[in-house]
Design a protein around this ligand. Sequence first.
Ligand code: NDP
Length: 282
Amino acid sequence: MARWFTEHYPPNRYFCVVGSPIGHSRSPGIHTAFAQQFGIELIYERVEVAAGDLAAAVDEFRTAGGRGMNVTVPLKEEAWSLAEIRSPRAALAGAANTLWFEGGRLAAENTDGLGLVRDLGANHGVELEDREILLLGAGGAARGVLPALLEAGPSRVTISNRSAARAEALVTAFAAHGRVASLAWGAAPDDPPDLVINATSLSLHGELPPLGAAVIAPGTVCYDMVYARDGTPFTRWAEAHGARLALDGLGMLVEQAAAAFEVWHGCAPRTAGVIEAMRRGD
Ligand code: NDP
């Protein structure tokens, strides 16, 4: 059997992020920076865990005295399935990115949506209440952020995805909220939305969603969940077409980590300096 974790770590101070591939993850640096703010000593590692192996990895982590585990692609749905306790947000999202043990039982939260909403609101002053949101994509990230987005009280979230069936499945899953609709991929909304969120992986491949320039009005904010030091294809396109703000997902990454840190340690870290340091490439 694969060995993921060593057992000589001090109990209760051991954290990790699991996924595949995992080598690029910035989570160890972010959590270490947060811990320094409170004088908390911790060990936070990246651990390569393939799809299908999470249950065994969680058991081993528990035996090793592990305290908290972040979960990334492709394990978020697996994490959700394994959890014995789910927060309301995780329950709705159908995916989890933060795990810990409560009285020996595996507990799960999804902090991606909170990270996005905090980055938009607290870091950039973007209001979501009574706003029209166009959400591009219907994969794990789109689904994961929907509960927190809907809690923020938008007038409507319209989901547009290349595979229409996945967008429809999300609309059905969140139908109880009554403010979720779908739009054909590449179709123009009737009016420019207040906020366009790109939750597809297109920017990773240097590609743009098929949006006409008419989707951007002078007040429109565009947000790409992908992040890149010099902007993503989508944020550059949005800037060129007059978006009020064109934001990438670095702030979301740090804010979702801050929310996970708060779940585990019970204290909320300051994020601005960490975002700035990461933007500089420190
Ligand atoms: P998934 O693989 O679950 O979903 C990918 C999404 O992108 C789907 O909606 C898919 O559409 C769409 N897509 C992929 N290729 C194309 C294409 N060629 N044309 C049109 N649509 C395409 O990934 P996730 O949802 O987990 O992640 C999406 C992105 O969000 C990733 O790039 C990830 O890095 C980023 N992310 C950022 C976070 C942050 O903290 N900043 C947190 C989480 C994710 P279809 O359904 O048709 O295949």
